[in-house]
Structures are given as structure tokens and as C-alpha cells.
Design a protein around this ligand. Structure first.
Ligand code: NAP
Length: 265
């Protein structure tokens, strides 16, 4: 049987790299992407910047030319953002939306004509547990991940006649380089400065002591083998997954107070 062809955006680091390495070792034909030249990571890397229409189009055309088909797109490339809503100027916020929302949209639009023609294919959009709740000082990041989730929910129904599947995978905290790469918007005179910096320190400690991204790779493989994938999958620590259920069940001020207490605000 022909190996499944899988494209993972953002294969140079963190969760994407773990997915690429794991699936390559399992015998799939995996392509990662990066904006920078990479040394040999054990799988091919396409030069793609997901914020650039032409770059996404050209990278995916290159893959299709080589392989003739694409079975799975994992929209993983993304960046974090930290800053109070009042300080998050549109220019900075747009950069995060360009990467986390319009980036996946560009990649989906580039692979879908081929997937529809094949009458098969799977798109896995990497969201975040942060997309279920407006996290303090990460409101814009939460908004990008919530947006990606909504787009995926709509897409699933639109793709029903074409035999193409889509779902969201929402991770909790994983030990990656996301903290080093995040967009930080804290103007010098910001009244929120000390609170944002304190929260950033707390979050960075959480991320560096969090789970191994290999866990996400294992779940991706499970989804690939699921004939009818669920709308959403979650991975992460029990407490993080529970927070989504608590918000769903109780929500409102009660949930808000839990977050305020947790983040020592
Ligand atoms: N780590 C967590 O705790 C966590 C939790 C929930 C969700 N997530 C999500 O998981 C995904 C992966 O994050 P990570 O934690 O693995 O972060 P990471 O270690 O910083 O890796 C980010 C990846 O995204 C790529 N990327 C960033 N901007 C890009 C652009 N404009 N074009 C193409 N690629 C771009 C980077 O590639 P280059 O820089 O080489 O181009 C890199 O490979 C993100 O969508 C993130 O929001 C992470």
C-alpha cells in the first residue's frame, strides 16, 4: 500500500517537529515546513511562510509535483501572543491572526482542490485549550485559536459531499519553544506591565515543565486512522482538559473567578 503523504506546517520545532519525526519513523511520507534553512531533521522541509500567499501556494505545489497527492494536512504552525487587550495594537494582533488563522486558511485553500479531486483527505487544525476561554493577557491568542476552531466546524460540513474530513486538535501545555517565539506587546508605560510580566513568568514555568509533544504526535496518528474523526480532540494534562468542561458546565463569573485565582490576579 502507498505510504500516506502528510504535510505538517511548522516542522522545525516543538509539536510540529515531534509529529514529523514520529510519523516519519512510523513509515509515513512526511513533509515539514520552515521559514528558515534547516539542517537535516530526518524528514524533508518545504520553505513556507504561512503568512505569505505565494509562499504557501509554491510550497504546496512543490509537494504535489513530487508526490502527486496529499492525504493529510496538519496545520500546526503558530505563534503565541502575550499582552493586555488594551495594549494589543492591531498591527501586532494582525501578525498573530495572519499566522494562526489566515496561515491555516491559506494552506487549506491550497490543498483542498486536490483533496476534493481525490475524494479523500484529512485536515487537522492545531488549536489550543486557550481557544475555549479568553485567557487574561492572552486574549488575542485565545481569539485566534477560537477562530480556527469555528472555521474548522464550518469547513467540516462544507466538505461532507467531497469525502474530505477536518477536525481540530486542541493541545494544553507542551514543552516547546513557543515562549521564545511569542509576540509580546507590553508598551513601556503600560499600566498592565508588571501584571503581564508576572503572568508571563508563571506561564513560561508551566510550559517548560509541561508534557512531551510526542503525546500530540501519537494522537495525530490515531486521528489519521479514524474513519470518521470527531469535531474536536483535546490533549494535555487532566486539569487543563477539565477546565474546558468546567467552563462548559458552569461558565460565567464562577469560571472567571477560578481563572483569576489560578493566575493570581
Ligand atoms: N506548546 C504549547 O503549549 C501549545 C499549546 C497549545 C497549542 N499550541 C499550538 O501548537 C502549535 C505549535 O506550537 P509549538 O508550541 O510547537 O511552538 P514552537 O516550538 O514555537 O514552533 C512553532 C512552529 O511554527 C512555525 N511557524 C511560526 N510562524 C510561522 C510562519 N509564519 N510560517 C511558517 N511557519 C511558522 C515555526 O517554524 P519556523 O520558525 O522554522 O518557520 C515552528 O516550526 C502552534 O499552533 C501553537 O499555537 C502549542
Amino acid at each position: 500500500m502507498q505510504k500516506k503523504v502528510i504535510l505538517v506546517t511548522g516542522g522545525s520545532s516543538g509539536i510540529g517537529k515531534a509529529i514529523c519525526q514520529y510519523l516519519t519513523a512510523k513509515g509515513y511520507k512526511v513533509y515539514g515546513t520552515s521559514r528558515k534553512a534547516q539542517q537535516d531533521l530526518g524528514f524533508p522541509i518545504l520553505a513556507i511562510d504561512v503568512t505569505d500567499d505565494q509562499s504557501v501556494k509554491a510550497g504546496i505545489e512543490e509537494l504535489l509535483k513530487k508526490e502527486g497527492c496529499i492525504d493529510v494536512l496538519v496545520n500546526n504552525a503558530g505563534i503565541g501572543m502575550m499582552g493586555a487587550v488594551e495594549d494589543s495594537i492591531p498591527k501586532d494582533s494582525l501578525k498573530v491572526f495572519e499566522t494562526n488563522v489566515f496561515g491555516p486558511l491559506r494552506a487549506m485553500q491550497a490543498v483542498l482542490p486536490t483533496m476534493r479531486a481525490q475524494k479523500s483527505g484529512l485536515i487537522i487544525n492545531v488549536g489550543s485549550i486557550a481557544g475555549y476561554m479568553g485567557l487574561p493577557y492572552r486574549g488575542i491568542y485565545s481569539a485566534t485559536k477560537a477562530s480556527l476552531g469555528m472555521i474548522t466546524e464550518a469547513l467540516r460540513m462544507e466538505l461532507r459531499p467531497y469525502g474530505v474530513k477536518a477536525c481540530v486538535l486542541d493541545p494544553g501545555d507542551y514543552s516547546t519553544s513557543i515562549a521564545q517565539h511569542r509576540q509580546v506587546s507590553i508598551p513601556e508605560q503600560s499600566p498592565y506591565k508588571s501584571s503581564v510580566l508576572a503572568l508571563e513568568k508563571m506561564i513560561d514555568e508551566d510550559v517548560s515543565s509541561s508534557s512531551d509533544p510526542l503525546e500530540v504526535a501519537l494522537l495525530i496518528e490515531k486521528i489519521i486512522h479514524t474513519p470518521e474523526p470527531k469535531v474536536r480532540y483535546m490533549s494535555g494534562k487532566f486539569k487543563q482538559k477539565l477546565s474546558v468542561l468546567v467552563k462548559h458546565w458552569i461558565g460565567g463569573k464562577f469560571f472567571e473567578n477560578i481563572l483569576v485565582k489560578h493566575y493570581k490576579m
